[in-house]
Design a protein around this ligand. Structure first.
Ligand SMILES: [Fe+2]
Length: 160
């Protein structure tokens, strides 16, 4: 059974998401839609397993600390998915008006706020037992093995 360090890998995903979103904002400034689209495509692949792991495993596990606030995290994901979709739709175009580029950059900044918020869960995860962390590591690895993208997962698998 594959197992990974759930806190290290969780934070590593956030670093990649942070860098990707900042690069998208830069690409939009330079009016390079193709580059922005390519980076968003990579993030879509990276973050499918991450979201799946969070909603199916991490959030339920953190309920011991967060109680009903876990529902708030799920709601935050609703907004993130919606924003990612808006961004993906805009980036399907070959050229963007100044206004559309700003809308896409605005979406990327909103996603960046979520990355920053989500990383805070690492500090709570540190209080879990080594057995719980081990189980998180197994589930995180299993989520990665599915290889499902964020938007596919949101559309086809995510239960509401
Ligand atoms: Fe996250």
């Amino acid at each position: 059974m594959t197992e990974l360090d759930p806190i290290t890998e969780f934070r590593e995903d956030h670093r990649k998401a942070r860098d990707g979103l900042l690069d998208i904002i830069e690409a939009l400034k330079a009016k390079d839609v193709v580059r922005a689209r390519e980076i968003l495509g990579n993030l879509n692949i990276l973050l499918g397993p991450h979201f799946k792991y969070e909603e199916e495993t991490l959030y339920p596990t953190l309920k011991v600390f967060l109680g009903e606030y876990v529902d708030q995290l799920i709601e935050e994901h609703d907004g993130v998915i919606e924003t990612a979709l808006i961004c993906a739709e805009l980036l399907k175009k070959d050229t963007l008006t100044d206004e559309e580029a700003e809308q896409a950059a605005h979406a990327a900044r909103a996603l960046l706020v979520h990355v920053s918020n989500c990383d805070g869960l690492a500090i709570l995860s540190e209080r879990l037992s080594s057995q719980e962390l081990k189980e998180l590591g197994v589930k995180f690895a299993a989520a990665r093995e599915t290889g499902v993208s964020l938007l596919d997962w949101a559309e086809k698998i995510r239960k509401k």
